[in-house]
Design a protein around this ligand. Structure first.
Ligand code: G6P
Ligand code: MG
Length: 210
């Protein structure tokens, strides 16, 4: 029986893809590195430093660790500034109703996100207080496809791993959920994952699964 649903944040609750893209593009242009939407697509669910390493695959030179730290900071400063434009209206369709419905049924809800900005994003969306637990990039060493963030979320909730469902838009997130021994529910791009237990066209269909 499912006792908790762990939501990925970026791409499930809110679409930040474009903002990540603009911020990475800003750094790539500054360094004269080719970067496009297709490369940005590969950064879904991947930690900031892992994302940077993917972005640098097209670079002509090798960057030292301290140079990489600087680039990651430049990207994040730019991104955090863009996040200021977020408001409750940016929540993806029907997400808010689904969250409320789960709570009414007594099912716990948590965030399991690789982002170190998760709490800031939730604040701008005005939904921080809805969640029983938040596990994010600040809680873990290894980002998705490692299961760490979902295991951490379940521990914070006090719910066994096998009683958790995860909802994800990234194939690496589905992989992470299965490694954690959880029910893996895919939306958007994650529907191409062969490991997904369920594939939803509409997030409201989650309510008939749990
Ligand atoms: C999410 C996004 C990724 C992003 C990662 C780290 O998982 O899907 O695209 O790279 O978070 O985000 P951060 O806000 O910590 O840079
Ligand atoms: Mg995502």
């Amino acid at each position: 029986m499912i006792k908790a649903v762990i939501f990925d944040l970026d791409g499930v609750i809110v679409s930040t893809d474009q903002l990540h893209y603009e911020a990475w593009k800003h750094v790539a242009d500054q360094e004269d590195i080719y970067f496009d939407e297709k490369i940005n697509h590969r950064l879904r669910g991947v930690s900031r430093m892992d994302s940077l390493n993917i972005m640098l695959e097209k670079a002509d030179k090798t960057y030292s660790e301290s140079e990489k730290e600087k680039l990651a900071k430049t990207k994040n400063d730019y991104y955090v500034d863009l996040l200021k434009q977020l408001s409750p209206n940016d929540m993806l369709p029907h997400v808010y109703d689904v969250l409320l419905n789960l709570k009414e049924q007594g099912i716990k809800i948590a965030i399991g996100s690789s982002s170190r900005n998760a709490k800031t994003i939730l604040k701008y969306l005005g939904i921080s207080c809805l969640f029983d637990a938040i596990a994010d990039g600040t809680d873990i060493e290894n980002s998705k496809p490692a299961p760490d963030v979902f295991l951490r979320a379940a521990e914070k909730l006090g719910v066994s791993y096998s009683s958790c469902a995860v909802i994800e838009d990234a194939t690496v997130g589905i992989e992470a959920a299965k490694k954690a021994g959880m029910l893996a529910i895919a939306v958007f791009d994650a529907k191409k994952s062969e490991q997904a237990d369920h594939k939803l066209d509409d997030i409201r269909d989650l309510l008939s699964i749990v």
